[in-house]
Design a protein. Structure first.
Length: 218
């Protein structure tokens, strides 16, 4: 099996890039962020607050998360329900990074992710793929961009959906999320020693994809 691990901060374009790379290589794309967001959604729907650690852990042990494809688009399912759109809400994104600090939550999801990688050629993106989930990945990348660039991308994405938002607030949220992710006790967001750094601030999606494809050695 050939495993590609892509790590990086929120809004760096990891999911977009990983999906395209996986498609070009004929690999399976594993959106770990979507899996964590689905856990957060399950807790949110149950009325559980992020700081209620015991309740969060208990809820995460109950849920069943699966990935699938519909018309070439990856979908994530919570107990059989397609929640692909619901998990992209800003409130769920913020809750996700808050509950991801709990070791039992990470343990549950990491087991799911490792199993997928053991049986498939995968492109997996997240915060700790190259350091914790797939430490022996064949290729590791750390994809980043400036906080302003990431905020601009998120702003464009939200406004295209008709949502009203403030770019400065978005950037503030991104910086706060970076701080949480980089300073959590369990599997913090760091660049693996053997990961290739790719700063996409001044790169197009196609340029980033080509850079990664050229790094793949089979």
């Amino acid at each position: 099996m050939y495993n590609i691990a892509i790590d990086g901060p929120a809004g760096a374009g990891k999911s977009t890039i990983a999906k395209i790379v996986a498609k070009k290589l004929g690999f399976i794309y594993v959106d770990t962020g979507a899996m964590y967001r689905t856990m957060a959604l399950a807790c949110y729907r149950a009325g559980i607050k992020a700081e209620e650690e015991e309740k969060v852990i208990a809820r995460c042990k109950e849920v069943n998360i699966t990935l699938g494809y519909e018309n070439d688009t990856q979908k994530v399912y919570l107990d059989g329900e397609d929640v692909s759109e619901f998990i992209r809400q800003e409130v769920i994104g913020n809750m996700t990074s808050a509950i991801a600090v709990y070791p039992p939550v990470r343990k549950i999801l990491v087991a799911m992710q490792k199993n997928l990688a053991n049986h498939n050629d995968v492109v997996m993106d997240g915060r700790d793929i190259g350091t914790a989930v797939l430490p022996n990945a064949d290729l590791k990348l750390y994809l980043t961009a400036s906080s302003r660039t990431r905020a601009e991308r998120r702003y464009k994405e939200l406004t295209q959906k008709g949502q009203t938002c403030d770019i400065n607030e978005i950037e503030k949220d991104i910086i706060e999320r970076d701080n949480r992710d980089m300073n959590r006790e369990v599997s913090p967001l760091i660049q693996a020693k053997d990961a290739v750094l790719v700063d996409s601030s001044d790169m197009s999606i196609d340029q980033v994809v080509e850079t990664i494809i050229h790094l793949v050695k089979r």
